[in-house]
Design a protein around this ligand. Structure first.
Ligand code: SF4
Length: 432
């Protein structure tokens, strides 16, 4: 029986013993779980002991699963679900990400990967045309995501290689470490990057030419064609033009935009951080995922002013604009783009990171009567003069662009700054 849509192979890697094996589940298994979260959950629920330490390494299981339609020539299908016990909640964690890695995993010959154990030294996993091997990642550890991607592509001598990785933040034990692919796409939520780092695994690189078999290729092609024709005139056409941030202003109108640690749902600076403003200012181009005509992904570039932002690290989506913008009371779009770059470089979930900073700012509010202003790290004058802070020559320099610190400066005296929520309200935020 043909596994239509799927390869019929799941890769199992025990990092403790460095044993690699391939499971070929029967069709009923695929019909039961289909793929994605459900398939990943099958392994996590069956194998992870209830008391397992999610960051302890060996006992936790990290499953990475694509779906039945991943790799098919239709929009929106290139997704990978990551599932494990979460360092954030201690419960099941689940996060999805897009880009090109998911479709390329299937092209490399697998519907998913199950990672167990913990390597004795940093490793990365190379999956190529149905084969897999572990390689040393000593030279990758501690490096920014863009640098790791470059180094792996150079090592395998193929620039088409897609890399999914955790970042330096997860290596250092930040609980909301994300999995990053293409230096821009994140399986952001629930600390799945931290789980990968706890296994001493830095990256998984995939490359292959396998095409998933379709039961009815003619119908799939017809649907794809119809979708492409209808999309520009559909209600979601704005998703392509403004990205997920097309919903920011309507949400603000409804009073649902997280503002100053949720002390409000309306942000007076919403226009300045909207998807529309981003498209008018720093948007360099739109990007897409494998086979998708929507092209909702933002690519920003800033080379003047206080912040150097490289197109290498993409651009902010709604969640990032809200988390580092309204949630923190910040209406400086360039600063938000820069924060997005930091998170993609270091492998941080932008939502948890922005939310944590907003909470810290609410705590600072308890010390004064004004909401603190935020100045995200700015390159020093000497750095700017020497060009060290520029992101343009990132490929040549191949070293982190910025220092990993964020400054929060309380400025209580500026009358133009909004006031804090009342002390009792702020207490609630701070103790939540
Ligand atoms: S480009 Fe946007 S809509 Fe298309 S698959 Fe990627 S995230 Fe989804």
């Amino acid at each position: 029986m043909t596994h239509y849509g799927c390869v019929g192979r799941i890769l199992h890697v025990d990092l403790t013993t460095e044993q690699i094996s391939v499971e070929s589940p029967p069709v009923p298994f695929y019909r039961t779980y289909l793929g994605g979260s459900a398939m990943g959950m099958h392994y996590v629920l069956n194998e992870v002991p209830p008391q397992a330490d999610p960051m302890g390494g060996p006992e936790n299981v990290l499953a990475l699963m694509v779906g039945v339609v991943t790799g098919a020539p239709i929009s929106g299908q290139s997704r990978v679900c990551s599932t494990a016990k979460s360092p954030m909640s201690g419960l099941i964690g689940d996060a999805q990400g897009g880009g090109f890695w998911p479709a390329q995993l299937k092209a490399a010959g697998f519907d998913g990967i199950v990672l167990r154990g913990r390597a004795s030294s940093p490793m990365w996993l190379w999956i190529n045309e149905g084969t897999a091997e572990l390689r040393s990642a000593e030279n990758l550890w501690g490096k920014a995501t863009g640098d790791v991607e470059d180094l792996i592509r150079d090592e395998v001598s193929d620039q088409r290689t897609q890399v999914l990785q955790c970042g330096p933040a997860a290596e250092k034990g930040v609980r909301f470490g994300a999995l990053i692919s293409s230096s821009t796409r994140a399986n952001g939520r629930t600390g799945m990057g931290t789980v990968m780092a706890s296994k001493n695994l830095r990256a998984i690189a995939v490359l292959g030419t396998n095409q998933p078999s379709l039961a009815d290729p003619a119908t799939v092609a017809a649907l794809a064609k119809q979708g492409a024709l209808q999309f520009p005139h559909s209600e979601v056409a704005g998703l392509g033009e403004y990205g997920t941030a097309e919903g920011l202003l309507p949400l603000n109108e409804e009073g649902g935009l997280p503002t100053r640690n949720w002390s409000s749902g309306v942000f007076e600076g919403a226009e300045k951080i909207s998807g529309e403003r981003l498209a008018e200012t720093y948007l360099k181009r739109r990007n897409t995922c494998h086979g998708c005509i929507v092209r909702c992904k933002r690519v920003v570039e800033i080379s003047d002013g206080d912040y150097d932002v490289s197109a290498r690290y993409g651009g902010p989506e709604y969640e990032t604009l809200a988390a580092f913008g309204s949630y923190c009371g910040v209406d400086d779009l360039a600063a938000i783009c820069y924060a997005n770059q930091l998170c993609n470089m270091y492998g941080l979930d932008t939502i948890s990171c922005g939310g944590t900073i907003a909470w810290a700012m609410a705590c600072l509010c308890l010390l004064g009567t004004r909401w603190p202003s935020a100045r995200w790290l700015r390159p020093s004058r000497s750095e700017k003069a020497s060009g060290n802070s520029s992101a343009k020559d990132h490929k040549e320099r191949r070293k982190p662009l910025v220092r990993d610190r964020i400054l929060l400066w309380p400025q209580r005296v500026r009358s133009s700054q909004p006031t804090c929520p009342s002390t009792s309200e702020a207490s609630l935020f701070c103790t939540a």
